[in-house]
Design a protein around this ligand. Structure first.
Ligand SMILES: [Cu+2]
Length: 80
């Protein structure tokens, strides 16, 4: 689980197995997103308390950001 808090992703790097999921939860009182740089996923707007789940089917390194606050970045590492 990645918490979106104080305009950051906590933790900002997570590692999951192929087929695993990552859940993001927005703990801020500001809208955020989790948006893959590759386009592999886009949560759309997450208001306070909302969550988004994505399943990773392929190994790789997936950088992502917040489409409202480009300085917010994180990485998902998917390992076989
Ligand atoms: Cu944001």
């Amino acid at each position: 689980v990645v918490h979106i808090k104080n305009f950051g992703y906590q933790p900002d790097t997570v590692t999951v197995r192929v087929g695993g999921t990552v859940t993001w939860i927005n703990d801020d009182n500001v809208d955020h997103t989790t948006t893959a740089k590759s386009g592999a996923w886009d949560s759309g707007t997450l208001a306070h308390g909302q969550r988004f789940v994505h399943r990773f089917a392929k190994a790789g390194t997936y950088p992502y950001y917040c489409s409202f606050h480009a300085f917010m970045t994180g990485t998902v590492r998917v390992v076989g």
